[in-house]
Ligand binder design. Sequence first.
Ligand code: GTP
Length: 598
Amino acid sequence: KRQEKIRNFCIIAHIDHGKSTLADRLIEATGTLTKREMEDQVLDTMELEKERGITIKSQAVRLVYSDSKGDEYILNLIDTPGHVDFNYEVSRSLAACEGAILVVDATQGIQAQTLANCYLALDHNLEIVPVINKIDLQSARPDEVKKEIEDIIGLDCSDAPLISAKVGIGIEEVLKAVIEKIPAPDGYIEGPLKALIFDSIYDPYKGVVCYVRIKDGTVKKGTRIKLMMTGKEYEVTEVGIFRPSFMEVNELKAGDVGYITASIKNVRDARVGDTITEAERMAKEPLPGYRPAVPMVYSGFYPADSSKYEELKEALEKLQLNDAALTFEPETSVALGFGFRCGFLGLLHMEIVQERLEREYNLDLVTTAPSVIYKIILTNGNVIELTNPTNMPSPTEIDYMQEPIVNASIICPNDFVGAVMELCQGRRGTFKNMEYLETTRVMLHYEMPLNEIIYDFFDALKSRTKGYASLDYEFSGYKKSELVKLDILLNGDIVDALSQIVPEERAYYRGRAIAEKLKEVIPRQQFEIPIQAAIGSKIIARETIKALRKDVLAKCYGGDISRKKKLLEKQKEGKKRMKQIGTVEVPQEAFMSVLKVE
Ligand code: GTP
C-alpha cells in the first residue's frame, strides 16, 4: 500500500534546543536541497524570524529518503512554532502528524516547553521519538538527560539517538528512527474528503494557500470543496506538495501532506483547524479540535505622525491577510488621536506585529501598554468585556470584576526556588505544588493573573534565576478580583492612553512607581510639569518635572544660522517618537515604561 511509505511528523522542542538546526540537517541529508540551495535556516523564512531565532508560522517540507534496502519513503516534516503565544497552531500541526521527534538539549535537559509540547503531542496520540542533541558540547550530559526523559515523561530512551545537529552527527539514526517508530498514516482513500488545515498563508499570486493533511479521500484541481466551519464553497485551482517551495501535483490522497488553493481571498476564510470536505459528498462531521484563535492581549497602536493613519490602516489590513489571529478596530484617544485597538495572542505576537509595521511598512508607532480582557459584571446584570482601560465604567455601575488567570509552570534549579516563589507571590500568584525533576531541579506550579505575566514577568524571572528558569503557561479561566482604574495626569489633564487597570491592593504602590518612572523618561521642558496618579478623583501620588532653565537656542543668539538649523534638526530627530499631549511632549518610552515597574 502506498501509504505505508509515508511518514508524517514534526519536531518538538524547548526554544533553542536545536529544532530548526535538526530540520535543516534532515533536509540536507535527504538531498531535498543541496547545500548551495539551502539558505541558512530554510524553515524559518521570514526575516524577523531569523533575527529572533523563533519559528512563528508552521511550515512543511517533503523529504524523500531511501533506506539501506533501497526502499523509498516520503517524509513530511511539519514545522511547529515553539512559543506559548502560538500554542493553538502547535496543536493543529501536531494533529496533522502520526509522530514527533522530541529534541532535548543534552546540556540543559527537560525545560518547561519540552514538557508542554510533549504533553500536547501525547494528547494527540503521537508516537514520540526522543533525540538528545548538542552532544558535541563539553557540558553535554546525555546519560543524565536520557534518564530524566525516562523518569519524568516515561519515554523509553534506551536507543534514543545521541546527535549533534550542528556538527551533523547521528542524523541518519534520526531518519531510521522516524521510519521504524512512527506509524504510517491510514484513512480511506475512497473518501469522502476530509482535509485538516494546519496553516494558511496569503500568496500574492495564488491567493490563500491552505496547508493541509488529507485524512480521508482525494482532492485535485477542479474538485468542489466546502469549508466545514465557514460553510463556504470553492473550486480547487491547484494542489501540490512542499519541495519546500510549492510544486503542483495531480492529486493529494489520504495520508498526504500538501497544499490546496481555491481562489480564497482571505486567511480568515481558511482558518487553521477547519476541515475541508467535498461540496457534493460532505463528510459527516469535521475533524475534532477546531477553535478560532482568540486574542488575549490588547494594545492601542497610533501613528507617531497622525497624517499616517490611513497608511497604518492599510498595513494592518495587509498583515491580517496572513495572520488570522490579529484583530483591530479604530479607536480614538484624547491624548494620541486616531489609531487602532489591536488584539494579539500574547506579548510576543504583539511585538512581532509592531516590528513588522515599523520595518516592512516604515511606520513610526506609539503603542500603549498592553492590557488583558477584563470581564465587568454591571449592577444591572449586563457583562462588559473591557479591552481598553479608558472605557471602564464608573465604580457605582460595577457589581464586580473578573480577570483572566493562567496556570504557570516554571522549571528551575533548586537554588532558585526561593527567588522564584518570592517573585510569583509578589505577582499575586497562588502556589499549587512543586515537583522534583531530578535531585537538582524542580517544577513549580502557580496560578497567576495573566495581567501579571504580561508585566515583564519573563524578564524578571530570567534575571532572578541567572537565566536558568523556563516558563510555560496556559489560560485556565476567569476569576473575581478587586480591581481599580489608575489614571495618570500630566499638567492636570488625564492622559487616557496611560490609564490602566490595577489590583486595588497595589494601586498606591503602582501609582507612585509610575509617577517616578515617568519623571525619568519625560524630558524637561520650558515649564514645570506636575505628574499625578489618581483613582477616580483621588490623587494618590505626585511628582514634578522641573522646567528647563534656558532655551536651547538662546546660546546661538541670532548669529550663526547654520548652527541654529542644525540644532533645530537635531531636536526634530529627537521628536520622532514623541507625542504632543496637550502642552507636554511625551516619548514612546513613557507608554511602555508603565510595564517596567515592579
Ligand atoms: P526556536 O526556533 O527558537 O524554537 O529554536 P530551535 O529549537 O529551532 O533552535 P535552533 O535550531 O535555532 O538552535 C538554537 C541554537 O543552538 C543555535 O545557535 C544553534 O546553532 C545551536 N545548536 C543547534 N544544534 C546544536 C548542536 O548540536 N550543537 C551545538 N553546539 N549547538 C547547536
